[in-house]
Ligand binder design. Structure first.
Ligand code: YSA
Length: 335
């Protein structure tokens, strides 16, 4: 290589290098990076032109300049790739996830323990052929009491301490004291055969203690058809208890009084050496069937109303029903 040619070509590669590095450093957007790539590395770019021009060099000069130009190409390609990946990671929108932060478990909500219990209870009955329906929490006196064979002067009304709703136009509106009014509503609207369960909130004007809340849930059950007997009621409720409490838990049936059944029973489960009552039940009273327009000489039925919070207490060893509605996360997050 002549001394002049050597100096010229070496300078050309060096000049190209400093021009390319300076331009790359100032390319501060993806558009500018692409323009840089086209200008220096593209098919008609400056480096390619330099390499193409090698043919005019003497053979020994061509080797030296060619090697320098190819080295430069490698360096520029690697610089370009680094800049391109930096540019991609800095394009994440403001406020997006910072993937460099350590992962944190998202706070997930869950179903309230009463809801979980209600779903388990209704599912047990669904599997036995009962359909789930719901009804109003603000109810008429007629459905809560009268149609259930509890007239205005009946002492049994005291059993359900009632929260009445103030109204300028009505004096017969209340917060339902039990889910039993749905028996009357279902029978009013449907002909037998009927098999339903009705979960929902109830309200009573009563003081609270470990097993009593002033608002709580019940799950009502009603089956009406020809030929239904007390044996069907007991069989259904034993099967329910087996599904929810297991085969070995002790169950107690006792006679009980409700104006809308004849005969009436209550069902309790063994609890801390004693018994906890979980439901009232019985054979639907003929008057209740007749109030709904049914022929009581043709149809019979059984009904029950149970407290899911009390059932959850038995299942989960909860000692006080007031935990359910005190909104304490230390309690709620255990479910
Ligand atoms: C009876 C006969 C039928 O053919 C149909 C339904 C019934 C049940 C009736 N309607 C009733 O309300 N009976 S009850 O007052 O004894 O309540 C039934 C269940 O609701 C109780 O066994 C209990 O599990 C729950 N319960 C009642 N008062 C409660 C309560 N749970 C929490 N707090 C209260 N204050």
């Amino acid at each position: 290589m002549t001394e002049t040619q050597d100096t010229q070509t070496s300078e050309s590669v060096e000049e190209l290098k400093s021009a390319a590095v300076a331009a790359l450093n100032s390319a501060d957007s993806s558009e500018k990076l692409e323009a840089w790539r086209v200008e220096f590395m593209g098919r008609k770019g400056r480096l390619t032109s330099l390499l193409r021009g090698l043919g005019s060099f003497a053979i020994e000069d061509r080797k030296i300049v060619g090697a320098a130009a190819n080295r430069l190409r490698g360096e520029l390609e690697s610089l370009y790739e680094d800049r391109e990946s930096d540019s991609k990671s800095s394009q994440a929108p403001v406020g997006s996830i910072d993937i460099t932060l350590p992962g944190r478990k998202p706070a997930l909500g869950g179903l309230h323990p009463s809801t979980q219990m209600i779903r388990e209870i209704t599912q047990a009955f669904n599997e036995m052929g009962f359909q789930t329906i719901e009804g109003p929490e603000v109810e008429l006196e007629k459905y809560n009491f009268d149609m259930l064979n509890i007239p205005a002067d009946h002492p049994a009304r005291d059993q359900w301490d009632t929260i009445w709703v103030d109204s300028d136009t009505h004096d017969d509106v209340l917060l339902r004291t039990h889910t039993s009014p749905m028996q009357a509503r279902v029978m009013e609207e449907n002909d037998p055969p009927i098999r339903v369960v009705v979960p929902g909130k109830c309200y009573r004007y009563e003081s609270t203690d470990a097993t009593h809340e002033w608002h709580f849930n019940q799950v009502e059950g009603l089956a009406v058809d020809e030929g239904i007997t007390l044996a069907d009621l007991k069989g259904t409720l034993y099967e329910f208890a087996r599904r929810v409490f297991g085969a070995n838990r002790k169950v107690r049936f006792r006679c009980d009084y409700f104006p809308f059944v004849e005969p009436g029973v209550d069902m309790s489960i063994d609890w801390n050496g004693g018994w906890m009552e979980i439901m009232g039940a019985g054979m639907v009273h003929p008057k209740v069937l007749e109030n709904a327009g049914y022929d009581s000489s043709k149809y019979t039925g059984f009904a029950f109303g149970m407290g899911p919070e009390r059932i959850s207490m038995l299942r989960n060893e909860i000692t006080d029903i007031r935990h359910f509605f005190s909104n304490d996360l230390r309690f709620l997050t255990q479910f």
